[in-house]
Design a protein around this ligand. Sequence first.
Ligand code: GAR
Length: 287
Amino acid sequence: MFNKLQQKWNVSSIQLFLILCTFAVTGTTTAYVSRVATTWVGFDETTYWLWKLALRLSILIFGYQIIILIVSFFFGQFRFFWNYEKKILRRLGLISKEPIRLAIFASGKGSNAEKIIQYLEDHPIVKVSLVVCNRPGAGVLDIAAHHGIKTLLIEKNLFENSSEYVQVLKNEGVTHVVLAGFLWKIPKNLVQAYNNKIVNIHPALLPAYGGKGMYGEKVHQAVIKAGEKQSGITIHLVDEHYDNGKTLFQATVDVLPVDNADSLAEKIHALEHEHYPRVISKWLKII
Ligand code: GAR
């Protein structure tokens, strides 16, 4: 029986032992909490029995899910049980059930792409299945290779004037597109094929400092030149216009008198790395 469980959960025998300990301690703790909780909330012999039963059952059903996460933490098994909880939430329809296949589009170094790849690594229903790039030799291609992710190097004329790449994405089963420092405008056919399923990050507080020609360094230089006191990041859905779709998230950063375009770029990158993977997960309705 233990061997079967070990195989089913794909864990070592020590981990199996710790998992079983977590279940055992959680069971006793929950039973204890549900028993004493009636006293904590002030219920006594005069309280209608149905209220007491409702409270005990709620703790046994919902409290158990919280207690198991706390206990698992002490046994070093939080990750295992968090995945187990996510399965329950998925079954209840509270988080997305459908497998998600992402294509990340990037033109440069790919630091954002890397953070997203790392954040989603080992996710049970999300896979970064393709990295699309328009610049041979771009750092993001090395990052993709390092993580064993397929790459697609695209050519401008085909990208803008044919549906060839949309077909490639469809053939790869791509469900959502993430732009992470991708500098070409997304053509109409791609926007239509992935309506509300393309997200972008812009290194400024849109609608300011957006639009054609406003990318990377150029944005930061313009912000510094204008003497702005604040800049930030905008994560938004992509439509047929540059930097125009619905805003999902913004965060700000102070621009200090000592800042130049490089130091501002560094601060903005830190902000992007902190928020972009998390906002993408929220957008995808996954945890
Ligand atoms: C990021 O700062 C991103 O916001 C910006 O390019 C940089 C890419 O950095 N995107 C745009 O300017 C889009 N208009 P990375 O390659 O290190 O992720």
